[in-house]
Design a binder for this molecule. Structure first.
Ligand code: RIB
Ligand code: CA
Length: 313
C-alpha cells in the first residue's frame, strides 16, 4: 500500500504535538510532504519552533517545516497561552531545536506541493486556524480541484464553543479563513469538539504512555500532565481532550470514528456567534452537505493506536 501524501498545518500546542508524533511515527501509511506552521495557540515564532522540536523528538528531521501566516486574514490574532502555557508546549523541558526552518512561506509550499503532485493525491490536515489554507486557496484557486480531501480539527455543534459560548478556537481565531475552506467545495472531514471531547487523556492513558519509558513517551506524558489543567478545571473532565490527534488517527484508522455528512456554514458577521460552525445535523434546510462532521470515537481504540505508535519512536 502506498503511503498517503499529506501536509500537516499546525499551531503546536500540546495536542498538535501528539498529532505530529502520531503522524511522524507512521511513515508506512503517511508520507508527510511537509509541516506548515500558523499562528494560533501561540504566535508563529513559537509554533514554528515547537514544530521543529517535535520533529527532533520523533527523529524525523527529514520532514520540511515551513513558517506561514502570523495573523488571521483580517482580524487581530487571538492566542491561548492560558491553555498551552507561554511556550505553547509547557510541561516538558524545552530546547532550541537544531533543525532549521525550510526556506519558503508555508502558503507557497502548500500551493507548489499541490501543483507538483498528481491531482487528488494530497490531503491537507489543518490542526489550527485555517489562515494558511485559505490564503493558499485565495492566492491559487487552481489548487482547489487538486486537493484530495481536507481533514481538519475545528468547530463544534452539540458541544458548543470552548472560546466563546458559540465558537471553537480554531474557527473563532480566523472565521473568514474557515468560511473560505468550508465553501471551497473540497471534500471535508471535520473533527469538532463533539468528538474530541470524548478523546480524553485520562490518568491510566497518560501513565500507559509514560510507561513506554522512551524520550517520546516521557515528552508526551509531561505535555499531557500540563495540558489537562485547563479542561479539568473548566469542565471537570477526567483528562485533557486530544483534539488534533483525531485528525491523524482518522487517516490511520477511520473506523474509530462515526459522524454524519451534513451542511456546515461559518458565522462571520455576528459578534455574538462569530466563528460558530452551524451544522445542519437534522437536515432542516435545503443547504447541500459539505462536510463529514464527526460525532463519536472509540476512545480506547484511539489511545491504543497513539500508544502503539509512540512506542515506535
Ligand atoms: O479548540 C481546540 C483547538 O484549538 C486545537 O487544535 C488546539 O490545539 C487549539 O489549536
Ligand atoms: Ca491546534
Amino acid at each position: 500500500m502506498t503511503a498517503r501524501k499529506i501536509i500537516i498545518d499546525t499551531d503546536p500546542g500540546q495536542d498538535d504535538a501528539v498529532a505530529l508524533l502520531l503522524a511522524l511515527a507512521s511513515p508506512d501509511e503517511l508520507d508527510i510532504l511537509g509541516i506548515t506552521c500558523v499562528a494560533g495557540n501561540v504566535p508563529l515564532e513559537l509554533t514554528q519552533k515547537n514544530a521543529r522540536m517535535i520533529c527532533e523528538v520523533a527523529g524525523r528531521t527529514d520532514v520540511p517545516v515551513h513558517a506561514g501566516c502570523e495573523a488571521p486574514l483580517s482580524r487581530p490574532l487571538v492566542t491561548a497561552e492560558h491553555v498551552h502555557g507561554k511556550t505553547g508546549l509547557d510541561g516538558p523541558e524545552l530546547w532550541e531545536p537544531k533543525l532549521q526552518l525550510t526556506e519558503g512561506h508555508a502558503v507557497d509550499f502548500i500551493i507548489h506541493s499541490l501543483r507538483r503532485h498528481a491531482p487528488g493525491s494530497v490531503t491537507l490536515c489543518p490542526l489550527g486556524p485555517l489562515t494558511n489554507i485559505a490564503s493558499a486557496i485565495q492566492k491559487a484557486p487552481d489548487i482547489v480541484k487538486r486537493i484530495k480531501e481536507i481533514v481538519l480539527m475545528g468547530g463544534a455543534y452539540f458541544e458548543v464553543g470552548n472560546v466563546t459560548p458559540a465558537a471553537e478556537f480554531n474557527i473563532y481565531v480566523d472565521p473568514e479563513a474557515a468560511k473560505v475552506v468550508f465553501t471551497s467545495g473540497v471534500p471535508l472531514v471535520v473533527m469538532p469538539l463533539d468528538v474530541t471531547h470524548k478523546a480524553l487523556a485520562t490518568r491510566p492513558r497518560v501513565e500507559a504512555i509514560r510507561a513506554l519509558d522512551s524520550r517520546a513517551g516521557h515528552f508526551t506524558a509531561d505535555m499531557l500532565d500540563f495540558f489537562e489543567r485547563f479542561d479539568v478545571a473548566k469542565y471537570g473532565s477526567q483528562g485533557g481532550p486530544l483534539h488534533d490527534p483525531c485528525v491523524i488517527a482518522y487517516l490511520l484508522q477511520p473506523e474509530l470514528f462515526t459522524g454524519r455528512n451534513v451542511n456546515v456554514e461559518i458565522e462571520t458577521q455576528s459578534e455574538l456567534t462569530l466563528g460558530m460552525t452551524v451544522a445542519d445535523w437534522w437536515g432542516v434546510t435545503d443547504r447541500e452537505p459539505n462536510a463529514m462532521f464527526m460525532g463519536d470515537v472509540d476512545a480506547d481504540g484511539f489511545f491504543a493506536l497513539i500508544t502503539e505508535r509512540l512506542a515506535r519512536l
